[in-house]
Write a new protein. Structure first.
Length: 252
């Protein structure tokens, strides 16, 4: 499995996944021209994509969806609860409705309900013995999913804000309350705590994603998670996903 985060942040999110049998995206919150440019660097055409998994309907996750569908007629994988929002933007003939567990070529894709202010999910994606966890835009991770998410090869997980930076910052109080609520976003400290419960012997990479450009820094996110992992004897490679540039390709 090859994974490349093409963009991650409040202005746009998109991740590319490739196996021997399939090429898919998680979210398309970037422009079609940006996507095309990033795929070209890997000698891939948008028409080669087999589908796009959508986590939720906020603009920073679907900004380029209409253009992508118009140009490629690509299947769009969503939950039933996303249909109402997305049917205003693309034809329902492109929808493929996900159940809790799904088979897509050689991938098993499990939807992990997340807690945001619209219908939202994360994904557990398995290819044989290799597993990817993708979770962003949630106020918390339900404890009943921790066991099935534990000891996976790669975690792409939200580390949105530093709580002190957020509360001391210029955002209106009501927005601060939304961000720290159960329907908001994971803080650095919260995700670091989750990772001490999730990271196992198989885990090779952790990618911290969806960092706020106003309420976080790369160093704060990195050090908060890295220090917690080291304290629990779980030292692993930690990467920071960027808002305006892609990360290197990871292969497991």
């Amino acid at each position: 499995m090859k994974i490349k985060v093409l963009a991650s942040g409040s202005k746009g999110n998109c991740t590319y996944i490739e196996t021997e049998k399939i090429k898919i995206l998680i979210d398309i919150g970037v422009t079609f021209s940006y996507l095309t440019s990033e795929l070209e660097k890997m000698s891939i055409l948008p028409s080669e994509l087999s589908g796009v998994l959508i986590t939720h309907s906020h603009s920073d996750h679907i900004k380029g969806l209409q253009s992508l569908v118009k140009r490629t007629n690509i299947p769009v994988y969503i939950t039933e609860g996303m249909k109402e929002d997305l049917s205003e933007k693309i034809s329902e003939s492109n929808f493929r409705i996900l159940s809790s567990k799904n088979q897509l070529e050689n991938l098993v894709i499990e939807c992990i309900p997340t807690s945001h202010d619209v219908e939202s999910v994360g994904y557990l994606i398995d290819e044989g013995d290799t597993s990817l966890v993708y979770i962003t835009d949630t106020g918390y991770i339900n404890r009943k999913y921790l066991n099935i998410l534990a000891n996976k090869d790669i975690y792409i997980i939200e580390s949105n804000h530093d709580e002190k930076m957020l509360m001391d910052g210029p955002y209106p109080y009501i927005l601060k309350q939304r961000i720290i609520s159960d329907k908001g976003h994971l803080s650095n400290a919260t995700v670091a705590s989750y990772l001490t419960k999730l990271v196992g012997e198989k885990t090779k990479y952790i990618i911290l994603a969806h960092l706020s450009e106003n309420n976080n820094t790369e160093d704060l996110a990195y050090q908060t998670t890295k220090n917690q992992l080291i304290e629990h004897n779980l030292n692993r490679d930690v990467l920071i996903a960027k808002p305006h540039e892609s990360l290197e390709t990871i292969e497991v």
